[in-house]
Design a protein around this ligand. Structure first.
Ligand code: C2E
Ligand code: MG
Ligand code: MG
Length: 643
């Protein structure tokens, strides 16, 4: 393609085997130029094109090169194009024995230079020139010129065609520039449509297309295409406490770490890493050949993001919930496979340990039957099938009953008991968690009113609330309404909020907690130790009690380190004036250690399992005896341990 410098030159190639005619052309086109360089070598040609003479002559309109055979003409055109100095016109004699004729040469020239104007010159108008435009397209660049011609005719034709050539070139330039801009714009739009602007990773749309691409080619490839979706637990907390920039930096670091870990493998099996949602990433891996490899891959994804990230000088330890689904087992369409991975991810997000969930068809069944389930659940709330079981807490120093935790249970008409881990997430999904909370709190208030009215009830009952409830603007008035209706004093009710729920959105939690505190109900932090919070952070909130997470209690006897962790939580909690409860106490050994560590309260199977209200009444009646026995045995145990 000619550049602008070259297009200022009118370059003409004249091809004729008749030396006299060549001279005539030169006379017509180059009256003021020495005809000697008409038959120039490449060197001369170059000089003529870019050299001094040209500029000095100024007025010269045509730079003419001549050839007397078709083959040489083709070579000259080739050389000119290669030098980026193409001809505007080639005058081609139709017959040049013994070599190639003009038409043949024209075809070859056209194949080399699509822009040059070719003028076939002949003394007669034979049939061979009838279809020139079809034979040597495009039609607007092939012409016929009859010999003998007048000098003026030749000059005018050359001038007109050179002018046309220059406009063609300018138009071509403009078009190319336009195409370049369109390409640039398309790339930018493609990026916008298919890439996440923060991490520059493929977005959901591109991830879908990539998987569909793999599925379409799956007949030729071996193994499954696996989708691993991962959600960063409590990302919003990091955003909130360390700032938006830290959150962005973290997202980018996660993306690039995943890419380094999975995208540099064998190109045939290269994974795609993308951002699937706010704090969700996807890793798509083709050609995974068996279940063990799928599990291995998912584990590796989890490990990769759970290695600490250094963000703004701080080590961040993340927890990822993972959902896994794969083609062709879970669907033959990309959308379906992702939906399955999402269902599995949501299951993981609801499980307390942020595990890896592999999709199974039961989840699809559940999704399909969501409507039925919704109706059943609503009915369960309305008909009082959701009730509370009670689990006692006792003082470690005296063994006396210190409080009770109310734990929701769904008792189906056939008597089966559904645990809260199954229906609380469902209630949240269905937007019915406030209804559920109201019905559990009402149940608790009715039971407490009964115990109180029977005589000597003084201890508080703890009711669990979820993060969802904190977002309910009417939470405080709802609690007041229920308590007032059953005439229950505020000091008989505590609310238990998990540390994670509390920190999910502190801007929302803080004012709600203040209102609840002002109203007079107690606020307890549940499952403490599983989140990121520091105790000093919690100290700014109006809470009274910390419940050490069961996992710490379960490991209590295993090592000195675990004991020291529990010991520090207790010590720090107390230093801040908080009461400390250990939950999940199952053995006398654990009880004894907690007692020794001066944990205020314990709760767990060692004392009693959660039970329905009537059984709890029986248990309480006999509590004084049985508990002092257990309490004593724990004391003996610890004394033995000491000895
Ligand atoms: P949580 O509040 O931490 O309750 C303690 C859980 O540990 C209960 O499980 C209890 O049955 C169990 N547990 C108690 N002692 C022991 C023990 O010694 N060993 C073991 N292995 N487990 C013990 P549950 O009743 O299945 O409740 C699970 C979670 O569901 C609760 O954890 C709480 O977060 C939530 N939950 C329960 N009821 C409600 C409710 O009405 N509303 C809301 N939002 N959440 C609730
Ligand atoms: Mg609780
Ligand atoms: Mg708990």
């Amino acid at each position: 393609m000619a550049n602008l410098k070259d297009t200022l030159v009118n370059r003409v190639l004249v091809v004729d085997d008749d030396a006299a005619l060549i001279a005539e052309y030169l006379r017509c086109l180059e009256e003021d130029i020495d005809p000697a360089w008409g038959t120039s070598t490449l060197y001369d040609l170059e000089k003529a094109l870019f050299g001094q003479e040209q500029a000095e002559k100024g007025a010269a309109r045509f730079n003419v090169q001549t050839q007397n055979q078709g083959e040489a003409a083709v070579e000259a055109v080739k050389a000119a194009v290669a030098m980026d100095a193409p001809f505007a016109i080639v005058f081609l004699d139709i017959r040049m024995p013994p070599g190639m004729d003009g038409i043949e040469a024209a075809k070859k020239i056209r194949a080399i230079d699509p822009d040059v104007n070719i003028v076939i010159v002949s003394g007669s108008m034979g049939p061979e020139v009838d279809n020139l435009d079809c034979e040597i397209p495009p039609a607007d660049k092939i012409f016929f010129f009859k010999k003998p011609f007048h000098a003026v005719e030749c000059r005018q034709l050359a001038a007109a065609l050179c002018g046309k050539w220059h406009s063609d070139m300018a138009l071509r330039h403009a078009n190319e520039e336009l195409e370049r801009r369109v390409r640039e714009r398309t790339t930018a739009l493609h990026k916008l449509a298919y890439y996440d602007p923060v991490t520059r990773l493929p977005n959901q749309l591109l991830l879908l297309e990539k998987l569909q691409g793999l599925i379409d080619k799956s007949e030729d490839s071996e193994g499954d295409s696996v989708v691993v979706l991962l959600d960063i637990e409590r990302f919003s907390f990091i955003n909130e406490t360390m700032g938006y920039d830290a959150g962005t930096e973290l997202l980018r670091s996660i993306g690039s770490r995943l890419q380094r870990a999975f995208c540099s493998e064998d190109p045939g099996k290269r994974a795609v890493v993308g951002r699937f949602g706010a704090d969700e990433f996807a890793v798509l891996m083709p050609g995974v050949e068996h279940d063990i490899a799928i599990r291995d891959f998912a584990e590796r994804v989890k490990q990769t993001v759970e290695e600490p990230f250094l963000i703004q000088g701080r080590d961040l330890f993340l927890k990822a919930s993972i959902g896994v689904a794969w083609h062709p087992v879970h669907g033959r369409d990309a959308r379906l496979v992702y939906r399955c991975a999402e269902a599995a991810l949501h299951r993981s997000m609801r499980s307390p340990d942020g595990s890896i969930t592999y999709y199974h068809s039961e989840m699809r069944y559940r999704a399909r039957h969501k409507f039925d389930l919704e109706a059943e659940f609503r009915n369960a709330i309305e008909s009082g099938l959701i009730t509370a079981f009670y689990q006692p807490q006792q003082f470690t120093d005296t063994g006396e009953l210190a409080g009770v935790e109310a734990l929701a249970r769904w008792i189906r008409p056939d008597g089966t008991i559904v645990p809260p881990s199954d229906f609380i997430p469902l209630s949240e999904e269905l937007g019915m968690s406030d209804l559920l909370f109201e019905s559990v709190l009402t149940r608790v208030c009715i039971d407490v009113a009964g115990w109180r009215d029977a005589g000597d009830w003084t201890v508080p009952v703890s009711v669990n609330i979820s993060a969802h409830q904190l977002r309910n603007a009417d939470l405080v008035s709802l609690i007041k309404k229920v308590l007032q209706k059953q005439n229950i004093e505020q000091n008989l009710i505590n609310l238990e909020l998990t540390e994670t729920a509390l920190l999910e959105d502190l801007t929302i939690a803080r004012p709600v907690l203040s209102d609840l505190n002002a109203y007079g109900v107690g606020i307890h932090i549940d499952d403490f130790g599983t989140g990121y919070s520091s105790l000093s952070y919690l100290a700014q909130l109006p809470v009274q009690t910390l419940k050490i997470d069961q996992s710490f209690v379960a490991n209590l006897t295993e090592s000195e380190t675990n004991t020291r962790v529990v010991q520090s939580i207790i010590a720090l909690g107390k230093a801040m004036g908080l009461e400390v409860v250990a939950e999940g106490v199952e053995t006398d050994r654990q009880y004894a250690i907690l007692r020794k560590l001066k944990c205020d309260l314990v709760q767990g199977y060692f004392i009693a399992k959660p039970m329905p209200a009537d059984r709890f009444c029986h248990w309480r009646a006999g509590h004084a005896d049985t508990q002092s026995l257990k309490h004593e045995s724990a004391i003996v145990n610890i004394d033995k341990g000491r000895g």
